[in-house]
Design a protein around this ligand. Structure first.
Ligand SMILES: Cc1cc2nc3c(=O)[nH]c(=O)nc-3n(C[C@H](O)[C@H](O)[C@H](O)COP(=O)(O)OP(=O)(O)OC[C@H]3O[C@@H](n4cnc5c(N)ncnc54)[C@H](O)[C@@H]3O)c2cc1C
Length: 520
């Protein structure tokens, strides 16, 4: 029999806590010798008051042995005559779709435009050092997708806990720490994610699947509302039974290709703003009420407000993190953030973004499905043009936070984690006016909610524009195929069905399950 107990402890007492069996024995009135053991399954920190508490949930094994973690996937070797499904994109959506197809006895053939994680790392080093973007290998493109060199936060707004737990257990099977299944706010970290991704790729290949890098989808052949053939790298042709399109929010060429082929896509609301960076010390002080207990992890925060009927909120907050240049082409500037597993950098960064909808992109055409993308592109180009010459460079516009709210050019800038370089700029003039005004008001509000947040020691760097896809690829709600093309499966964040690593992975699994039920 398995029961549960919940325990609250001051954080200082956690390390030496060993009384879970005794507490369970008291609670259930069962002698200690019938309790074979307990297992910690959930942990969260309650820092709402100065006395910081940890909340622990244990499974209690009564009259039966403690259940250890088991592998979730079996991944048996595929038979040589297994059915084939093609996948474009090796992000979380594409990789989890591939794993799930193998579970269902189907062979995945995966094409990824970028490089494997090791080679990709070299391109990122060059990007940070020289400010040169490789359009096929960057923070968004390459093995593991946009999530590989990220903070690896694994929390999601997805309501189905079962689906979330499934993804976490698969990540654990491929090398993530067991704590991701326990912590209320699990994260993996940039230093650990690449190895997990490699292990997933090796498992796919070992089972008989295929993974091809440097393989970009460049064309689609459609006949009678059916996808017949794809073209890779403008040359190789492949016949298709079913195609999972999991190309992420930055594959602009794919959105343009679909539009050019008259395959329906829609402009989609996204969010636009800046990345703000404070010292981690300041965020710890505010969030932990000046309690500097070293047992506490680097603090995070979540902020949200409404300004003129638009939501303004913190996005992808990275405690102990680094601001990264996330453009996918030269001639544009895009920010995002990452953290190592220990989150031990002295900076705390977060996107602060404003919801953008049809009224904001109407100048690009009311019925233009690429209008939201055009707005996104325009702002990124403007951020580039403010500071860079020619078509290269990743010098980002930056401003002290209070100066931004007051519409002032900063005379100088504080230290910042963004490596390719910064130039003092008026971000309120680079962003569309209606977005900048809402951001200014939101920062003033956040300064009231978190004392010390609105300070000129903090810096904002622009622009945070790839928060989610500016395009939706519509699909049938039941069959999950494209509304016009029965064997094309839009999947993950780029298609508009996910927002983050876990939800993209969930969508990949869902699509693979649906295809596996389809008669061939
Ligand atoms: C720096 C950074 C930090 C982030 N931090 C977090 C975080 O902490 N937690 C979180 O949940 N989310 C985070 N995200 C967002 C998260 O990475 C994405 O939500 C997630 O990766 C989306 O998964 P996906 O598989 O749908 O698409 P993607 O991960 O974008 O993968 C799409 C893949 O398709 C490939 N591709 C594109 N076009 C083609 C083509 N024509 N042919 C072949 N291949 C193609 C791309 O190279 C890419 O590898 C972060 C993103 C970035 C950039």
């Amino acid at each position: 029999m398995i029961e549960y107990i919940d325990i609250r402890l001051p954080i200082e007492e956690e390390a030496n806590f060993s009384k879970s069996k005794e507490i369970a024995s008291d609670k259930f009135g069962i002698p200690l010798n019938r309790i074979y053991g307990t297992k910690l399954i959930k942990r969260s920190i309650d820092a709402r008051s100065k006395r910081i508490i940890v909340q622990l949930r244990f499974q209690v094994f009564i009259d039966e042995p403690v259940q250890e973690y088991k592998d979730t996937l079996s991944l048996t070797i595929l038979p040589s005559n297994a059915k084939v499904v093609h996948i474009i994109g090796a992000g979380p959506a594409g990789l989890f779709a591939a794993l799930q197809l193998i579970e269902k006895g189907i062979k995945p053939i995966l094409f990824e435009r970028g490089k494997d994680v090791r080679q990709r790392r070299r391109d990122l080093a060059k990007l940070n050092r020289e400010g040169i973007v490789n359009p096929e290998s960057n923070y968004c493109f390459g093995e593991g997708g946009a999530g590989t060199y990220s903070d690896g936060k694994l929390y999601t707004r997805s309501k189905k806990r079962g689906d979330v737990n499934y993804i976490l257990s698969v990540l654990r099977q491929f090398g993530a720490d067991e704590s991701i299944e326990i912590e209320a706010h699990p994260h993996i970290g940039t230093n650990k994610l690449p190895n997990i991704i490699v292990t997933i790729r090796e498992a796919i290949i070992h089972a008989g699947g295929e993974v091809h890098f440097g393989s970009k989808l460049t064309d689609l052949l459609i006949e009678k509302n059916k996808l017949v053939e794809i073209e890779i790298n403008n040359s190789e042709k492949h016949e298709i039974d079913n195609l999972i399109l999991a190309t992420g929010h930055s594959a602009r060429d794919i959105f343009e290709l679909l539009h050019q082929k008259n395959i329906a896509i829609e402009a989609k609301p996204f969010a636009l703003g800046v990345r703000v960076e404070h010292s981690q010390e300041l965020i710890n002080k505010v969030q932990y009420h000046n309690n500097n207990n070293e047992l506490l992890p680097p603090a995070s925060y979540k902020l949200v407000t409404q300004v003129e009927n638009h939501g303004v909120y913190s996005f992808c907050m990275c405690p102990g993190g680094i601001i990264a240049p996330c453009a996918t082409d030269n001639g544009e500037i895009v920010t995002n953030g990452w953290s190592p597993s220990r989150r031990n950098n002295p900076y705390a960064n977060s996107g602060i973004v404003v919801e953008v909808n049809a009224e904001d992109w109407q100048k690009f055409g009311k019925d233009n499905p690429l209008a939201a993308l055009e707005l996104q592109r325009e702002v990124e180009k403007k951020a580039f043009a403010a500071n860079n010459r020619g078509d290269k460079g990743q010098i980002a516009p930056a401003q002290r936070l209070k100066d931004f709210t007051e519409g002032k050019l900063s005379e100088d800038l504080p230290k910042c984690s963004y490596q390719p370089g910064l130039k003092t700029s008026r971000l309120d003039e680079i962003l569309p006016k209606q977005i900048a005004i809402k951001l200014q008001k939101a920062f003033i509000d956040f300064g009231k909610k978190m004392r010390g947040y609105l300070t000129n020691d903090a810096i904002i760097v622009g622009v945070e524009s790839r928060t989610s896809s500016p395009v939706k690829i519509p699909r049938d709600p039941i069959d999950l195929n494209h509304t016009q093309i029965k064997n094309l499966y839009p999947c993950g964040e780029g298609a508009g069905y996910a927002g983050g690593i876990v939800s993209a992975a969930i969508d990949g699994v869902k699509i693979a399950d649906t295809i596996s039920l389809k008669p061939y």
